[in-house]
Design a binder for this molecule. Structure first.
Ligand code: SF4
Ligand code: SF4
Length: 463
């Protein structure tokens, strides 16, 4: 007889086959909704291939069928235990506190603002002649949001510029005098109030940490106070994370990426400015740190506030959105309850194998090698001059490293389950990056701009 007797083992095998089919089909459908066509196609193929051995062995009668059934059941059990049970969880606390402070005047965005021939320009390169050649290279390119940029689009660039302009207005309100009388408050209650209100204002996540010396830049590198030492002595920092839209980011390095970056700098900036104003209203000093107006290094503060870890791209990798975030901060003397740092060094472990960002980077700015000791901290350091030169060539802020990062997938049940196993199983962590490559591509193409963005300029008509 061709069909098997339905004993318990065969029923279990058929059941596994049906479950494998349903789950894979479910993920294929999710991928279709996420507009990940390659992943949807591959998962659909897998939905039919994966259950095949279980259905063949469970349903058909052939010589040594019982031996095959037992071996298949055993093999499935071993794979399940190795991959899906949370084993291999390792949290090692390393020393990652920088010994030296960063001078904001040294970051490329500040160097880009130096006007050729001015006193400031001459002074800077007198002290840093080694930076002149690389800086001349990005200065020779069209520049951010330039109409000569290779990704120029009048509408996306104008939209981004509109958001940046409003951020400029916010800068006037980041730090004002406290005129109101101090209200005495219980730290737990006011911390809870601020967190919940920030979430209501649109933050994806909020964390609080004590402000540390190494969080601060040593000197201001932009604006009227250029060159002034930063003496800010607030005790606490509140960090706000806002989400960057996955589909806008999918178009990177084309215009929608800078449109989205600018929008989320603005959203994060509004939250920080509003919360800082609120804290001053209840009688405590507070300063908002928003795009182009920071006294602190956002990723370091966010890391200490328990919001993520810093990965190969030098950006904060959050547990549920990866690097697909923008950050703003409020520093204050209002006493608050701080959050614990996560110490999720599985991010480091994952980044060590993955290298997807380094592989796609058009400027070859992201290192492929292991972390190196820089200023007493073991970390990866990107070549910010090469990265910025690419930005100045396209006119956008590129973002392809963030687009392809496996941590950047949507914050949904399925992707969060994958993230859970990446955090908790060292074996799963090793195979998750190759699986991501298989499903989404090692160097996935950017997505097309949404239809609503494709507007044409109308020809003038003589009436
Ligand atoms: S792409 Fe890979 S290596 Fe790069 S930051 Fe993301 S996880 Fe790390
Ligand atoms: S933004 Fe673009 S150029 Fe810069 S590091 Fe990422 S991929 Fe490379």
């Amino acid at each position: 007889m061709l069909i098997n007797k339905l004993n318990l083992l065969n029923i279990i095998l058929i059941g596994i086959g049906v479950i494998a089919f349903s789950i894979t089909l479910y993920i294929a459908v999710i991928s279709l909704f996420e507009k990940e066509k390659l992943a949807a196609r591959r998962l659909l193929e897998l939905a039919f291939l994966l259950p095949l051995p279980y259905l063949v062995v469970g349903l058909l009668n052939f010589p040594y069928q019982t031996h095959f059934a037992r071996a298949l059941f055993l093999l499935t059990g071993i794979v399940f235990i190795l991959l899906l049970l949370p084993i291999g969880k390792k949290y090692i606390v390393g020393n990652d506190i920088p010994r030296l402070k960063v001078d904001e005047r040294d970051i490329v965005l500040s160097r880009n603002l130096l006007k050729i021939g001015t006193k400031r320009f001459i002074e800077y390169y007198k002290h840093h002649p080694e930076r002149k050649i690389a800086d001349d290279e990005f200065r020779s390119r069209p520049g951010l949001l330039s109409s000569d940029g290779s990704k120029y689009n009048p509408f996306t660039f104008a939209s981004a510029d509109a958001s940046f302009n409003i951020v400029e207005f916010l800068k006037k309100a980041v730090d004002e005098k406290v005129t109101n009388k101090k209200i005495e408050l219980a730290p737990a209650e006011i911390s809870n109030y601020i967190k919940n209100w920030s979430l209501k204002l649109g933050a994806h996540n909020v964390g609080i940490t004590k402000l540390k010396e190494y969080h601060l830049y040593s000197h201001i590198g932009r604006g009227e106070s250029y060159g002034k030492p930063i003496t800010q002595k607030h005790k606490y920092a509140i960090v706000f994370i806002v989400e960057m839209d996955k589909f806008m980011l999918g178009c990177a390095p084309a215009g929608p990426i800078i449109m989205e970056s600018a929008q989320q700098y603005l959203s994060a900036g509004i939250i920080a400015t509003q919360i800082a104003a609120f804290i001053r209203n209840i009688g405590y000093p507070a300063r908002a740190h928003i795009d182009g107006n920071y006294h602190i290094l956002c990723p370091l503060v966010a890391m200490d506030a328990g919001l993520g870890e810093i990965g190969r791209i030098g950006l904060l990798i959050t547990p549920d959105l990866g690097p697909r975030v923008r950050i703003s901060v409020v520093t204050t003397d209002l006493t608050l309850i701080t959050d614990k740092r996560n110490f999720d060094n599985t991010v480091i472990d994952f980044c060590t194998n993955c290298k997807k960002c380094a592989n796609i980077c058009p400027a070859k700015a992201i290192p492929f090698n292991e972390r190196e000791e820089i200023d007493g901290v073991k970390r990866w350091q990107i070549n910010s001059e090469a990265c910025f030169t690419y930005w100045c060539t396209t006119g956008t802020d590129c973002g392809q490293c963030i687009r392809v990062c496996p941590y950047s997938h949507p914050d949904s049940f399925f992707h969060n389950l994958v993230r859970y196993y990446v955090r908790n199983s060292s074996i799963f962590r090793k195979i998750a990056a190759p699986i991501d490559d298989f499903l989404y591509g090692r160097k996935p193409d950017s997505k097309e701009q949404p239809e609503w963005m494709k507007i044409k300029k109308q020809r003038k008509t003589n009436k």
